[in-house]
Design a protein around this ligand. Structure first.
Ligand code: SF4
Length: 437
């Protein structure tokens, strides 16, 4: 058959897993990086905020311009789910539309060349997937949807309510991947610390950690997307005592001013958030990342200054900073006092500078330390420099380590090695490899 498939996965790592399931369903196709030669082109879109929506549309139009005659252009994912009627009317270029409910049926949609929007959100349950991006690391989805009501967020409107996988389903997937040589796992969802709450189980991540620790071949793991109101001290302590899960804490806080936290409907107050972050920071060798939203409706200069002061005071290893995006269907969309773009951009600049200072300070503190690294292949800097990451980190979001010296020959992608951080170069680290692990 030798039909060719070109797939672009946009947005978050949860979307990436759904794309990998589609690759699993379309295994009969040969993957191509060349849109011009593809028989089927798929864009798995993101519909979270303005910038992501624009990128999705740009990608659709770009593929349409490049596609060959008779090829099939498929648009799936969150943008398609959120704006199905509008897109189907306004984008005649697209042959097949689907949303977030049919990833495991993509082969049928491609065969029938018909659009389909099944009710509900697809949640992987050990369907075959093609792991992309690494031969030793895989993202594992814990749940879909979200029960939180953050004022600025449209995700619950198109992904629905929280729906968790059974622990047995997660364990089976991790076991299968570990048998294929994957030894490092990142557990993700929209709201990971609420895992199993839809099944009336509090702190569902604790029994999950217990179960994953028993799986042979799992050497390393972390959890992303903790939510303040459902992240207990017991969970933080369980992560700290785990022999497999790193002291890697990803908890988007979005803001720290009491009034703004209430307006954002975040549920937890500043003191509780600071207590949680304090426990995380105090953990040995901890890596703490978060995200801030700047410019939420009615954010006063004082409230922004509170966030800025906190960004200077608390030394996060990494912070994602988002400009507020006015999303219809969210509570914030109907709020008054939208922040003028000029003010918003000024605030963004201030907080980006503050965060950058701390991130670089944290990186500098790594110099001289003995670390465990995972070789990731050719670096992004130079073909002669190997790229790597600290075992506890994810290179796409936590930064790259450049290997400029090695006492070990024949290093390959996926190798776990020991070494020393020798230097900081901008937001990257340089290291010397001393031995293979
Ligand atoms: S936790 Fe809040 S920001 Fe995250 S998906 Fe749920 S509603 Fe959106």
């Amino acid at each position: 058959m030798d039909k060719k498939l070109h797939l672009i996965s946009l947005g978050c790592n949860k979307n990436l897993i759904d794309s990998e399931v589609m690759l699993g369903r379309l295994r009969a196709y040969t993957l191509t990086d060349e849109p011009k030669s593809a028989d089927v082109l798929i864009v798995n879109t993101c519909g979270f905020i303005g910038a992501a929506k624009e990128e999705s549309l740009r990608t659709i139009f770009s593929l349409h311009e490049q596609r060959k005659k008779g090829s099939l252009l498929v648009v799936s994912g969150c943008l398609s789910e959120r704006y199905k009627e509008q897109l189907m009317e306004e984008l005649p270029e697209v042959d097949v539309f689907t949303g977030v409910g049919d990833y495991d049926h993509i082969d049928e949609l491609v065969k029938s060349r018909k659009s389909r929007f099944s009710a509900g959100t697809y949640l992987i349950n050990n369907e075959e997937r093609v792991i992309t991006g690494s031969n030793v690391h895989a993202y594992i989805k814990l749940s879909e949807g979200c029960n939180q009501q953050c004022s600025f967020c449209a995700i619950p409107s198109f992904k629905g309510k929280l729906k968790s996988r059974e622990i047995a389903s997660v364990v089976k997937e991790v076991e299968n991947l570990a048998k294929q040589g994957i030894y490092d796992f990142s557990f993700i969802s929209q709201d990971s610390s609420s895992y199993l709450r839809d099944k009336k189980i509090e702190d569902g991540l604790i029994p999950l950690i217990d179960a994953v620790e028993k799986i042979s071949g799992v050497k390393s793991a972390r959890i992303l997307y903790l939510y303040p109101t459902t992240t207990s001290n017991a969970l933080i302590k369980r992560i700290i005592t785990s022999r497999v899960f790193h002291n890697y804490f990803d908890m988007p806080v979005q803001h720290i001013d009491e009034v703004m936290l209430k307006k954002m409907k975040r549920g937890a107050g500043a003191e509780r958030i600071k207590e949680q972050l304090g426990l995380m920071r105090a953990a040995e060798g901890s890596f703490v990342r978060t995200s801030f939203i700047v410019g939420h409706p009615s954010e006063s200069d004082e409230e922004f200054e509170t966030l800025l002061a906190f960004a200077k005071e608390f030394e996060f290893d990494r912070v994602n900073i988002f400009a507020y995006s006015d999303e219809e269907g969210t509570a914030a969309y109907d709020m008054a006092d939208k922040i003028p773009t000029k003010t918003l951009n000024l605030r963004l600049k201030k907080i980006e500078n503050a965060v950058k200072k701390n991130t670089q300070k944290r990186l500098l503190e790594q110099v001289g330390k003995k670390v465990t690294l995972v070789i990731e292949g050719e670096s992004s800097e130079h073909e002669l420099l190997l790229g790597a990451r600290r075992l506890e980190c994810i290179s796409e979001i936590d930064g790259e380590v450049l290997i400029n010296e090695s006492e070990v020959e024949g290093l390959k992608t996926g190798d776990m090695v020991e070494g020393f951080i020798t230097e900081r170069a901008g937001d990257k680290l340089l290291a010397t490899v001393t031995k293979r692990i």
